[in-house]
Design a protein around this ligand. Structure first.
Ligand code: GUN
Ligand code: FE
Length: 448
């Protein structure tokens, strides 16, 4: 397959690369073979051959080819809760709304309709790689993996582990630590042996919900499973004052150190939020080569602080973006790009008008749209250790088309006025679902 059109990506942090009228050659396994520029010796031959084989997709002038978006943090069962109850603090939101919601996934028919809707909607929003927490239920979480497989999404899927009776209600808690550990193993085996998954497009993740929800025995067992199976790990880290202080009270250290003590900080670990980490935590996360899912929209509601994303990027940490559905009220990673920029600007300037300007903010905290888009693609991919997020030979062809001429579009790109940087900036600020006309994962067209 050959896709011909103008492509935009950010393989180098902070730089935009636009190739006008590129020809991207994709092999039968969905890998990028090469990216040809007009004027290369083989360019015209490649187009002619693909055209005569009926194997050529030509984009219009109004269309741009971008890497698919990577979402590092999604609570799949919270999809029906999107946009609800965000007036509550984290603890109350979990107890009053979220745990009752997630308990419904004991019912597989309920799980199926909800998970199908979620995966379809995320693909429609351009999320080609999704990192999912399921529920405590093994069967429903296996079903989520199967739905990702069938609908063509690249995904990581974890069975949520939460066995601590002091923090988890009777109606939504693992039956026992042993059962939860056995079910975690069973999910890993199930996903690795799933029909059609030989290439590992769907991957398992060990998923302690967060330290408050787990007994020490559970955390120990999950750390062992993660190393035994060389498996991804996902959990929440220093998200809010309540959660962060709870861990200090129970373990006498910050989340980062505690997770490290349980062998849960690996090069395959994704730490959601990490808003309240200190310099020492950052150094530990870097040393372990773990990554952070920055969830800027959700953080507005639950984190009690702004994640210092500039500082973490400058420290060389792996960072991508997460929607944190339904802590964040939008399924769109582009919305989270915007919010990442906006919240970094608010951290830089400060928020309280009653404080003199010179003391109000944290200078040097801003990021720009290019850097946000890098996190949404390359940063997320590197955090997961996946060959996606850029158009480079050997990488998987996970891509989206942004059409500036879609009906009801807010997006107006003018190549006579707009620099390369302007074009990407306009897309990040104003592209919406209706501008995303095509989506491919591993070379398979899943929208359009
Ligand atoms: N911490 C533990 N569980 C959750 C959850 O479902 N959402 C968020 N935002 N934080 C959590
Ligand atoms: Fe979360």
């Amino acid at each position: 397959m050959v896709i011909r059109g103008t492509l935009i990506h950010t393989p180098v942090f902070g730089e935009v690369d636009i190739i006008e009228d590129a020809a991207v050659i994709v092999d039968n396994n969905g890998q990028i073979l090469s990216v040809e520029r007009p004027g290369s010796t083989s360019y015209q031959d490649i187009l002619n051959t693909a055209r005569s084989n009926g194997d050529l997709t030509e984009l219009r002038q109004s269309q741009f080819l971008l890497p698919g978006l990577v979402d590092l943090h999604i609570h799949a069962p919270q999809w029906p809760q999107l946009g609800k109850a965000l007036h509550l603090p984290l603890y109350d939101w979990l107890q009053q709304y979220t745990f009752p919601m997630e308990a419904k996934y004991a019912d597989l028919a309920y799980a199926r309709q909800s998970y199908e809707s979620l995966v379809e909607n995320l693909l429609a929003n351009g999320t080609t790689t999704a990192t999912y927490y399921g529920t405590i239920h093994l069967e429903a979480t296996c079903l989520l993996a199967e739905i990702c497989m069938d609908k063509g999404q690249r995904a990581l899927v974890g069975k949520v582990a939460m066995d601590n009776p002091a923090e988890c209600p009777d109606f939504y808690r693992d039956q026992s630590t042993t059962v939860a550990l056995d079910d975690t193993r069973a999910l890993i085996e199930y996903i690795r042996n799933l029909a059609g998954n030989a290439a590992g497009r769907v991957l398992p993740a060990v998923t302690p919900r967060f330290i408050p929800g787990c007994s020490d025995e559970m955390l120990t067992g999950l750390g062992d499973i993660a190393s035994e199976y060389d498996c991804h790990v996902q959990t929440h880290c220093s998200e809010s004052d309540w959660e962060h202080d709870y861990v200090i009270a129970r373990h006498g250290v910050n989340d980062t150190q505690s997770l490290d003590n349980f062998k849960l900080l690996t090069s395959k670990t994704v730490l959601a939020h990490s808003n309240l980490i200190n310099d020492e935590d950052m150094a530990t996360i870097k040393q372990r080569k773990s990554g952070i899912a920055h969830c800027p929209l959700s953080n507005i509601y639950f984190s009690n602080a702004v994640f210092p994303v500039r500082k973490a990027l400058d420290a060389g940490l792996n960072i991508g973006l997460g929607t944190d559905i339904a802590g964040g009220p939008s399924p769109s990673i582009l919305h989270n790009c915007r919010t990442a920029v906006n919240s970094s600007r608010m951290l830089e300037e400060g928020a309280n008008p009653g404080v003199p300007a010179k003391d109000r903010g944290t200078p040097g905290s801003r990021i720009n749209c290019l850097e946000a888009f890098w996190m949404a693609t390359v940063g997320g991919a590197e955090t997961l250790g996946l060959q996606v997020g850029q158009f480079t030979p050997g990488y998987h062809f996970d891509a989206i088309v942004i059409d500036t001429a879609s009906a009801d579009s807010n997006l107006d790109v003018r190549r006579d006025l707009d620099s390369d940087h302007d074009v990407l900036q306009k897309i990040v600020y104003n592209a919406e679902r209706q501008n995303i006309t095509n989506v491919w994962v591993q070379g398979r067209l899943v929208k359009g």
